[in-house]
Design a protein around this ligand. Structure first.
Ligand code: DC
Length: 224
């Protein structure tokens, strides 16, 4: 059977990675979390006190960043490594989430990440989620999904996820972070978040995970 590229873009915390992982599993494809790359770059900048308003400093810093996805054989998931260190857990922290949209808006950072993402798609058979995957990274992808969900539902989902790691977190903090990221991601000059003209919109506010997977699998089967 032919192998295709499936892109999943959309607002923060509307379940893109959940659907992307399930789809990849069903189809025997590789799942790639492009947001993890921007998060790992942000973590590097924070740890090394990089002034990301200075392009020169950013370019030098990027020369020292090696990003790799490696499989975790225990849970079958691919995890983000930054210069050989597994950072899959730490990049989900709110400290990183607060800065990642600023870092992801920088052109040289995007050029760096997009070039690597495009290489990962060379052999097809991937599901990649992010903000610009269907518009910029793989504009010719066979199946493009654009996900949305009601704001309150998204805040609740992200709050539950973060609360498990940090019980001191408040719902207001999570809401403010989501709103801020959505605003920056959709208003930045370089590759802003928008729905590709040929993307199918999937609003999962009232869908179970099983229902949304069934829908997406139908779309994938049509394209295959
Ligand atoms: O999907 P996520 O929440 O892990 O993404 C983290 C941030 O990275 C998000 O606020 C926007 C940015 N991002 C992006 O600009 N382009 C992508 N392809 C993926 C993520």
């Amino acid at each position: 059977m032919s192998r295709i590229i499936i892109t999943i873009d959309g607002w923060s915390s509307c379940g893109k990675s959940t659907l992307a992982k399930q789809l990849a599993k069903e189809l025997g494809y590789t799942y790639i979390d492009s947001g993890a790359m921007y998060r790992a770059i942000t973590l590097y900048f924070l740890r090394n006190h990089i002034d990301w308003t200075e392009d020169k400093e950013v370019i030098t810093a990027l020369e020292n960043i090696l990003l790799e996805f490696k499989a975790n054989h225990k849970n079958g998931q691919s995890e983000m490594y930054l210069n050989g260190e597994n950072v899959e857990y730490v990049i989900r922290d709110l400290v990183v989430a607060e800065k990642v949209s600023d870092v992801a808006a920088i052109k040289v950072v995007r050029d760096f990440a997009v070039a690597q993402q495009q290489l990962m798609g060379e052999k097809k058979g991937i599901v990649m989620d992010g903000r610009d995957i269907g518009t910029v990274v793989f504009p010719a992808a066979a199946l493009k999904i654009f996900m949305t969900a009601d704001n309150a539902v998204r805040v609740e989902r992200r709050f539950k996820e973060l609360y498990e790691k940090n019980p001191n977190i408040t719902i207001e903090e999570v809401k403010a972070n989501l709103e801020m990221r959505d605003y920056i991601d959709s208003h930045r000059e370089v590759s802003p978040l928008r729905k590709a003209a040929d993307a199918i919109e999937l609003d999962n506010t009232h869908l179970t995970m099983k229902e949304q997977l069934e829908l997406a699998m139908q779309w994938a089967q049509q394209k295959l």
